[in-house]
Write a protein that binds this ligand. Structure first.
Ligand SMILES: [Zn+2]
Length: 431
């Protein structure tokens, strides 16, 4: 057997795409899934092949995080492609979608190609490129969807900034649909959220801070759904945070519209009350909402109304966080904690079966982004595999692979983590 083979032996394969949950050995060859069967590891011909022992572990399609800020180019003090993808690998994430709100924004085919080339060279995991929706992410003139697609982009987004011009958004969705790219919208009406830093609720009032009402998000969710109905062009709603947005999404899906959505671990697990004092590691956009909002997100994730878990990994160096709350940067890191949090706080608590957890963190993002050879362990698929030890206990604490440490989950004891992350047949991380 050639040296470019790898055997994952003794684990339980959980592959929602194949509706499979069973003891299987997995053979990888030349970067693809070559074979999967019970007892494969005992075969004489495979005796010399490199192997990962996975007894007691789950063997799943490589996790895909469709909302990640790698900060390169321009924000290398917060994160780089190298550090961000090492954080991904440690978290069991084999592919990340890099958001284009860098400095400069990824708004041209040349920049998209440059980023992809840099990622091939420096990335520990697959880096998928999202192009900007508008030039400079200024919300004025559209980028060229078809040429960004040719340059390797798989999605378009002005994430970090809302697209306030609805006519522009309509055209963006139509061009993106024709080019075969997913539009990912950061739903926020800036005229409603302006100046706010926390959810408009009791906690913000008690702290005496300007707040962001739920309607700031839901107004744009409803706008996007209307545009989706008008154009029949797919739209993906990023980081949903409130019950009213979930209700709008559920009704749109009932009507058969091509709308999809993601939720982050922090919105699924934390509420406005959870911020200790004025701790900026709990400040993000959209903000942590109320208990009923969190409950609505959990129910929507379980019933499939919300398609995917994505982290919105948003690293910031301490100088951008150690400020009065109004001035501190929005965002938290998430790549290294998402899987452990989902296992501990969702799967172990019965909020989400393990099969659904893998579906929401791998199969769904692959489907939404049109990644036909990912999100499954079927024969011939890319050999992106996450080996998960569901029993491993660990504590969220530095050092992190991320250059930043702005997490609201510091000190938390979790159960379950990646034992190994395999990317294109290569071991990107092993515990
Ligand atoms: Zn965003």
């Amino acid at each position: 057997m050639p040296a470019n083979s790898l055997l994952i032996a003794g684990g339980t394969v959980i592959d929602p795409e194949q509706r499979l949950e069973a003891a299987r050995d997995v053979l990888i060859k030349d970067g693809r899934i070559e074979d999967m069967a019970a007892g494969l590891a005992k075969k004489e011909r495979l005796s010399g092949v490199a192997r990962i022992e996975a007894a007691g572990c789950w063997v799943t399609p490589g996790l895909i995080d469709m909302h990640v800020h790698l900060r390169e180019p321009g924000g290398e003090a917060d994160e780089t492609i190298a550090s961000g993808t090492r954080a991904a690998a440690r978290g069991g994430v084999a592919s990340v979608l890099a958001m284009p709100n860098t400095e400069p924004p990824i708004d041209s085919p040349a920049l998209a190609r440059l980023l992809a080339a840099k990622a091939r060279e420096a990335g520990a995991v697959n880096v998928l490129v999202a192009g900007a929706l508008t030039l400079g992410q200024k919300g004025e003139r559209l980028t060229e969807a078809a040429r960004l697609k040719e340059a390797g982009a798989v999605a378009l987004s002005d994430d970090g900034r809302p697209v306030m011009d609805s006519g522009l958004m309509r055209r963006a969705m139509e061009y993106a649909r024709d080019a075969g790219l997913l539009v990912i919208d950061h739903c926020e009406d800036a005229s409603l959220s302006q100046g706010g830093c926390l959810h408009e609720g009791a906690a913000a009032t008690a702290k005496g801070l300007r707040a962001i009402p739920w309607a700031s998000e839901t107004v744009m969710v409803l706008r996007d759904i209307a545009l989706c109905e008008l154009t029949q062009a797919p739209i993906h709603l990023a980081h949903l945070s409130c019950a009213q947005s979930v209700a709008a999404l559920r009704s749109a899906k009932k009507r058969g519209l091509p709308v999809s959505a993601e939720a982050t671990p922090h919105h699924l697990l934390l509420c406005e009350d959870d911020m200790p004092g004025y701790d900026a590691d709990f400040k993000m956009n959209p903000p942590l909402r109320g208990k009923a909002d969190r409950q609505a997100l959990l129910e929507a994730l379980a019933d499939g109304t919300i398609d995917a878990i994505a982290t919105d990994h948003a690293p910031h160096r301490p100088q951008r966080k150690e400020l009065p709350l109004e001035l501190a940067a929005f965002g938290v890191i998430g790549l290294e904690t998402a899987l452990g949090l989902a296992l501990t706080r969702l799967a172990a608590k019965g909020a989400l079966s393990r099969r659904k957890l893998i579906e929401r963190m791998s199969c769904a993002p692959a489907r939404l982004l049109g990644l036909k050879s990912k999100g499954s362990l079927r024969r011939g698929a890319d050999a992106d595999v996450t080996v998960i030890d569901p029993a491993a206990s660990w504590t969220v604490k530095p050092p992190f692979e991320s250059l930043s440490r702005n997490t609201p989950f510091a000190g938390l004891r979790l159960k379950g983590r990646a034992r190994a992350t395999i990317v294109g047949g290569r071991v990107a991380y092993a515990l």
